[in-house]
Write a protein of this length. Structure first.
Length: 141
Protein backbone atom coordinates (compact mmCIF):
# COMPACT_ATOMS: atom_id res chain seq x y z
CA UNK A 1 0.00 0.00 0.00
CA UNK A 2 1.53 3.31 -1.00
CA UNK A 3 -0.98 5.46 0.82
CA UNK A 4 -1.39 5.99 4.52
CA UNK A 5 -4.38 7.21 6.52
CA UNK A 6 -3.65 10.07 8.91
CA UNK A 7 -5.45 10.40 12.25
CA UNK A 8 -6.20 13.53 14.28
CA UNK A 9 -6.55 15.96 11.36
CA UNK A 10 -10.21 16.84 11.91
CA UNK A 11 -13.06 15.31 13.87
CA UNK A 12 -15.61 14.67 11.09
CA UNK A 13 -13.21 13.91 8.24
CA UNK A 14 -10.69 11.33 7.16
CA UNK A 15 -7.26 12.13 5.73
CA UNK A 16 -4.54 10.33 3.82
CA UNK A 17 -1.17 10.99 2.28
CA UNK A 18 0.22 9.40 -0.85
CA UNK A 19 3.76 9.14 -2.16
CA UNK A 20 4.52 7.77 -5.62
CA UNK A 21 7.28 7.55 -8.20
CA UNK A 22 5.05 8.87 -11.00
CA UNK A 23 2.09 11.18 -11.28
CA UNK A 24 -0.04 8.34 -12.70
CA UNK A 25 0.79 6.17 -9.70
CA UNK A 26 -0.13 9.06 -7.37
CA UNK A 27 -3.56 9.34 -9.02
CA UNK A 28 -4.15 5.58 -8.84
CA UNK A 29 -3.13 5.35 -5.19
CA UNK A 30 -5.12 8.47 -4.28
CA UNK A 31 -8.21 6.93 -5.84
CA UNK A 32 -7.62 3.64 -4.02
CA UNK A 33 -7.19 5.45 -0.69
CA UNK A 34 -10.43 7.35 -1.29
CA UNK A 35 -12.40 4.15 -1.88
CA UNK A 36 -10.54 2.19 0.82
CA UNK A 37 -11.89 4.74 3.31
CA UNK A 38 -15.40 3.71 2.21
CA UNK A 39 -15.16 -0.05 1.61
CA UNK A 40 -12.88 -3.07 1.75
CA UNK A 41 -11.43 -2.93 -1.79
CA UNK A 42 -11.12 -6.72 -1.98
CA UNK A 43 -14.93 -6.94 -1.99
CA UNK A 44 -15.29 -4.65 -5.02
CA UNK A 45 -15.42 -6.70 -8.22
CA UNK A 46 -14.60 -5.32 -11.67
CA UNK A 47 -18.02 -5.69 -13.31
CA UNK A 48 -18.42 -2.04 -14.40
CA UNK A 49 -16.05 0.43 -16.03
CA UNK A 50 -16.11 4.17 -16.46
CA UNK A 51 -13.86 6.08 -18.84
CA UNK A 52 -12.95 9.55 -17.67
CA UNK A 53 -11.31 12.52 -19.34
CA UNK A 54 -10.38 15.60 -17.35
CA UNK A 55 -8.36 18.74 -17.96
CA UNK A 56 -6.95 21.31 -15.53
CA UNK A 57 -4.42 24.11 -15.30
CA UNK A 58 -2.20 22.27 -12.80
CA UNK A 59 -1.41 18.75 -11.64
CA UNK A 60 -2.80 19.69 -8.23
CA UNK A 61 -6.15 20.81 -9.66
CA UNK A 62 -6.29 17.74 -11.89
CA UNK A 63 -5.82 15.46 -8.86
CA UNK A 64 -8.58 17.30 -6.97
CA UNK A 65 -10.94 17.07 -9.95
CA UNK A 66 -10.12 13.34 -10.35
CA UNK A 67 -11.05 12.47 -6.77
CA UNK A 68 -14.11 14.73 -6.96
CA UNK A 69 -15.31 12.99 -10.14
CA UNK A 70 -14.88 9.53 -8.61
CA UNK A 71 -16.91 10.56 -5.55
CA UNK A 72 -19.57 11.97 -7.88
CA UNK A 73 -19.79 8.62 -9.71
CA UNK A 74 -20.17 6.86 -6.36
CA UNK A 75 -23.11 9.11 -5.50
CA UNK A 76 -24.76 9.42 -8.93
CA UNK A 77 -24.31 5.87 -10.25
CA UNK A 78 -23.89 4.00 -6.92
CA UNK A 79 -20.47 2.73 -8.01
CA UNK A 80 -17.41 1.77 -6.01
CA UNK A 81 -14.05 1.40 -7.75
CA UNK A 82 -11.00 -0.66 -6.82
CA UNK A 83 -8.79 -0.64 -9.94
CA UNK A 84 -7.65 2.27 -12.10
CA UNK A 85 -5.64 2.85 -15.27
CA UNK A 86 -4.44 6.43 -15.63
CA UNK A 87 -2.60 8.36 -18.33
CA UNK A 88 -1.60 11.97 -17.70
CA UNK A 89 -0.22 14.41 -20.25
CA UNK A 90 0.98 17.97 -19.97
CA UNK A 91 0.77 20.37 -22.89
CA UNK A 92 -0.73 23.80 -22.36
CA UNK A 93 -2.92 22.19 -19.72
CA UNK A 94 -2.76 18.98 -17.71
CA UNK A 95 -5.02 16.22 -19.05
CA UNK A 96 -6.08 12.85 -17.73
CA UNK A 97 -7.51 9.84 -19.51
CA UNK A 98 -8.48 7.02 -17.18
CA UNK A 99 -10.56 3.92 -16.75
CA UNK A 100 -12.03 3.04 -13.37
CA UNK A 101 -13.08 -0.56 -12.68
CA UNK A 102 -15.66 -1.40 -10.05
CA UNK A 103 -19.13 -2.51 -9.17
CA UNK A 104 -22.46 -1.25 -7.89
CA UNK A 105 -22.76 -0.68 -4.15
CA UNK A 106 -24.07 -3.83 -2.51
CA UNK A 107 -24.10 -3.67 1.29
CA UNK A 108 -24.84 -7.42 1.47
CA UNK A 109 -21.55 -8.28 -0.26
CA UNK A 110 -19.31 -5.31 0.54
CA UNK A 111 -18.08 -4.30 3.96
CA UNK A 112 -18.94 -0.60 3.99
CA UNK A 113 -17.04 1.83 6.22
CA UNK A 114 -17.80 5.58 5.97
CA UNK A 115 -19.57 7.55 3.25
CA UNK A 116 -17.27 10.12 1.68
CA UNK A 117 -19.21 13.24 0.71
CA UNK A 118 -16.42 15.28 -0.89
CA UNK A 119 -12.75 16.05 -1.19
CA UNK A 120 -11.83 19.28 0.58
CA UNK A 121 -9.22 21.99 0.11
CA UNK A 122 -8.37 21.81 3.83
CA UNK A 123 -4.60 21.10 3.91
CA UNK A 124 -4.87 19.78 0.34
CA UNK A 125 -1.55 19.58 -1.47
CA UNK A 126 0.03 17.87 -4.47
CA UNK A 127 3.72 18.44 -5.10
CA UNK A 128 6.85 16.90 -6.51
CA UNK A 129 9.69 16.62 -4.00
CA UNK A 130 12.97 14.75 -4.23
CA UNK A 131 11.92 13.05 -7.46
CA UNK A 132 8.64 11.73 -6.01
CA UNK A 133 5.06 12.94 -6.19
CA UNK A 134 3.26 13.52 -2.90
CA UNK A 135 -0.32 14.37 -2.00
CA UNK A 136 -2.17 15.15 1.19
CA UNK A 137 -5.97 14.84 1.11
CA UNK A 138 -8.79 15.45 3.59
CA UNK A 139 -12.14 13.86 2.73
CA UNK A 140 -15.42 15.11 4.18
CA UNK A 141 -17.38 12.19 5.63
Amino acid sequence: MSYEFVDDITIADTAFKVEAKSLEELFVDGAKATFESMVDLKAVKHKETRDLKLEADSAEQLFFDWIEELIYLKDADYLLFSKFKVLIKQNKKWSLEATAYGDKINVDKQSMKVDVKAITYHKFKVEQRDGKWQAFVVLDI
